[in-house]
Design a protein around this ligand. Structure first.
Ligand code: ADP
Ligand code: MG
Length: 586
C-alpha cells in the first residue's frame, strides 16, 4: 500500500502562505514594502476590522502592465533578482517573489495597476480568490498600484482563530507602518482604520543635510521629543551608524527602532548595545528612545532571513555590539545638556528605581537560554555545579550577616553553611506566593487609588490590556478603557504598595501581547501576579536596613523560597566543608 502521497497544490500553497502571512500586519508589511520598491512617493493604507475584513494599499509607484500583473501573483515571481549572487546585494525590500502569491492563497486579493508613464492610459485588474486567479482584465486606474485584500484567512479557519481583537491587530499594523515610515522619510504615509485617520506623515524634504528624517522621527515618536533628540553619527571600517537617541521613551524598548541596511530589525544585540551605551541613564519606568540606522557591509550580515521575522545574523556580532555602544556613549558625552545622574534618577521615581529596559533584556536573555518565563520549580538552564536549593528552603536556622554589593543577603545557617540570598528574586517569589494564596482564598487584597491614574500606553498596548480586563479584575486591579491609547487605573493589588503604575502596565501589555486572547483565565492571572511581584519588590542595588534584612530572612524561613517566579535561583548555599577546602583545612 502506498502511504506516501504528494500534497495537493492548494495545500502546499496554504502551507507556504502561512510562513509569509501570519496576521494582517504581515500583509500590510509586504504590500507597503512592494510600494516602496515600486518607487512610490505617497502610500495610503486603509484597514477595516484590524485588517481582518479589508486591507487596501494604494501607491503612486511605477505600476505594472497586464503581463506583469499576471505574473506578479505567481510563486517565486519577482522583478528584483535574477541570479543567485544577487541575493547578497539586495537593495530592495522584497526579493523572494512570494508575498503576493501567498496573500492570494489565503484571501480574496484584487490588484489594479497602471504603469506610471504618460503614454499608458489604461490600467488592468487581476483577482485571486483563495489561490484561484482571474484576469487580468482592462480596468480604470490611476498611475500606480492599488492592492485590496479582503477576508484574510477565510479559507484557513485555524489561522483565523489565532488572530486577536481588531484593536490589537490594528495596533500591529500601526507598528508596521510607523517603522516603515521612519526609514522612508521622503515618502508620504497615511493610515486609516475603520475610516478614522490614524497616521498622517507628510513628506520630509531632503535638504541634503543630515537632519533629513528628524521631522519624521518626531512625528512618529511624538512631539515631546522635539529639541530633545541627540544626533549620532559614526563611521567604522565595515560599519557606520547614524540617527538619534533620547531619554524618556516608553518602557520595554518600545521607542527604540533599529534599521540594518535600511531594513527594520528587532535585534537583541543592538538593543543591548543601546542600553549599555546609555549607561542605564533611562529614568525609572521609561526606556530609551532611539532611531538608529546602521549600515554594515552586506557580506557581513545574513539578510536571507525568514520574511515574517526581523532577526539578523552577523558575521561579527561582538564587533557590531561594541561599535554601537561606543557610538551612543560618544554622542551623549558630546551633548552635555543631558545628564541624569543616578541620584536624581532615584529622586524622580515615585518608588524605587525600576528598569524597564533591563527587564526586557533579561526576558530576551531568558528566551534565548530557553528559561521558562513563569515559575518553573527548580532550576532553569543554570550551571548544574552550583550548590542550589532545588526544593524551597524552609525552616529556621538562618542568621543574617549582612548585604553583599547591595544585591545579596549573606546568612549563616546553623549547620555551618553559608547561604547567599538574591534579595530581588526572594522578595519576588514571596510576593508571588502571597498573591496566589489570596487568589486561592477567593480574593486578592485590593487598594483603591486616592486619585485614579490615567496611564498612557499607545493604541496596541491599551488594546491588549483591555482584552484582559477580566483577568486583571481577578488579579486585584480595577481598570477602565479611557480612549486615546490610555487606560484609567482605579485600584491595584494591595501588595504593590506605592510602586509606580505606569511601568507596571507597560510590562503587563508586553506580557499580554504574547498571550493568546483565549488563554485560560487562571494562566492570565498568574502572569499578572508574576509581573506585580516583580514590580513591587526590592531590587538588586537597593540598600536594605538591618531590620529589612531580618524581615526578609524571617519571611523566607516561614514561607520557603527556592526560585523567583521566572525560575531563576533565589538561594545558593555553600557547605562549610567546601569553605574549609578552600582554606586547606581538610
Ligand atoms: P517580491 O516583492 O519579493 O518581488 P512580491 O510577491 O511581493 O515579491 O511581488 C512580486 C512582483 O510584483 C514584484 O517583484 C514587483 O515586480 C511586482 N509588484 C508587486 N507590488 C507592486 C507594486 N505596488 N507596484 C509595482 N510592482 C509591484
Ligand atoms: Mg514583495
Amino acid at each position: 500500500m502506498a502511504r506516501i502521497k504528494c500534497l495537493p497544490r492548494d495545500v502546499v500553497e496554504k502551507i507556504a502562505a502561512g510562513e509569509v502571512v501570519e496576521r494582517p500586519a504581515s500583509v500590510v508589511k509586504e504590500l507597503v514594502e512592494n510600494a516602496i520598491d515600486a518607487g512610490a512617493s505617497a502610500i495610503a493604507v486603509e484597514i477595516s476590522e484590524g485588517g481582518m475584513a479589508r486591507i487596501a494599499v494604494v501607491d503612486d509607484g511605477c505600476g505594472m502592465d497586464p503581463e506583469d500583473l499576471k505574473s506578479c501573483v505567481l510563486r517565486h515571481a519577482t522583478s528584483k533578482i535574477a541570479v543567485g549572487e544577487d541575493l547578497f546585494r539586495i537593495g530592495t525590500m522584497g526579493f523572494r517573489g512570494e508575498a503576493l502569491a501567498a496573500i492570494g492563497a489565503v484571501s480574496r486579493l484584487a490588484i489594479l495597476s497602471r504603469p506610471n508613464s504618460p503614454d499608458v492610459v489604461e490600467g488592468a485588474r487581476i483577482d485571486v480568490d483563495g489561490g484561484v486567479a482571474n484576469g487580468p482584465v482592462v480596468a480604470g486606474c490611476a498611475g500606480g498600484t492599488q492592492v485590496e485584500v479582503r477576508d484574510l484567512f477565510f479559507n484557513v479557519p485555524a489561522r483565523r482563530k489565532f488572530l486577536r481583537s481588531a484593536a490589537v491587530e490594528a495596533g500591529h499594523i500601526m507598528d508596521v507602518v510607523e517603522t516603515l515610515a521612519l526609514s522612508h522619510p521622503s515618502i508620504r504615509f497615511d493610515l486609516t482604520a475603520d475610516r478614522n485617520r490614524r497616521l498622517s506623515l507628510p513628506v520630509c524634504i531632503d535638504d541634503g543635510s543630515a537632519m533629513l528624517g528628524m521631522e519624521r522621527v518626531i512625528s512618529v515618536l511624538g512631539g515631546k521629543f522635539r529639541g530633545r533628540l541627540i544626533p549620532l553619527e559614526e563611521r567604522g571600517v565595515e560599519i557606520s551608524i547614524h540617527g538619534w537617541v533620547a531619554e524618556g521613551g516608553r518602557a520595554g524598548g518600545k521607542d527604540a527602532h533599529f534599521f540594518l541596511n535600511r531594513r527594520p530589525v528587532r535585534d537583541r544585540i543592538l538593543m543591548h548595545a543601546l542600553v549599555e551605551g546609555l549607561e542605564e541613564r533611562e529614568i525609572a519606568g521609561a526606556g530609551p528612545a532611539a532611531v538608529l540606522w546602521i549600515e554594515i557591509d552586506p557580506m557581513q550580515v545574513d539578510v536571507n532571513v525568514h520574511p515574517a521575522k526581523r532577526e539578523v545574523r552577523y558575521a561579527k556580532g561582538g564587533a557590531v555590539h561594541d561599535f554601537v555602544k561606543a557610538s551612543v556613549r560618544k554622542a551623549i558625552a558630546a551633548c552635555g545638556s543631558w545628564i541624569v545622574d543616578r541620584e536624581s534618577r532615584i529622586v524622580m521615581n515615585d518608588s524605587y528605581p525600576s528598569d524597564g529596559v533591563a527587564l526586557t533584556m533579561r526576558r530576551f536573555e531568558d528566551r534565548r537560554l530557553g528559561v521558562p518565563l513563569l515559575y518553573k520549580e527548580g532550576i532553569g538552564e543554570v550551571d548544574r555545579d552550583l550548590p542550589l536549593l532545588t526544593s524551597p528552603y524552609k525552616g529556621g536556622g538562618l542568621r543574617p550577616l549582612g548585604q553583599l554589593g547591595l544585591s545579596y543577603i549573606l546568612c549563616e545557617h546553623e549547620d555551618g553553611s553559608l547561604a547567599l540570598i538574591d534579595q530581588h528574586a526572594a522578595h519576588e517569589r514571596l510576593a508571588f506566593d502571597v498573591l496566589r494564596a489570596q487568589f486561592a482564598d477567593g480574593r486578592v487584597h485590593v487598594q483603591r487609588l486616592l486619585i485614579p491614574q490615567r496611564v498612557e500606553l499607545g493604541a496596541k498596548e491599551s488594546a491588549v490590556i483591555i482584552e484582559q480586563l477580566g483577568a486583571l479584575e481577578n488579579a486585584g486591579f480595577e481598570v477602565e478603557p479611557f480612549g486615546g491609547g490610555s487606560v484609567m487605573v482605579k485600584a491595584v493589588p494591595e501588595i504593590l504598595g506605592d510602586a509606580a503604575v505606569a511601568p507596571l502596565f507597560a510590562r503587563l501589555a508586553d506580557e499580554f501581547e504574547e498571550l493568546c486572547s483565549s488563554v485560560a483565565l487562571a494562566e492570565a492571572v498568574e502572569r499578572i501576579f508574576a509581573v506585580v511581584a516583580c514590580h513591587r519588590q526590592v531590587r538588586a542595588g537597593d540598600k536594605l536596613s538591618p531590620d529589612e534584612v531580618s524581615a526578609l530572612v524571617a519571611d523566607i524561613e516561614r514561607h520557603g523560597v527556592a526560585t523567583c517566579p521566572h525560575g531563576r535561583p533565589a538561594i545558593v548555599r555553600i557547605e562549610r566543608s567546601e569553605i574549609d577546602k578552600w582554606f586547606k583545612r581538610t
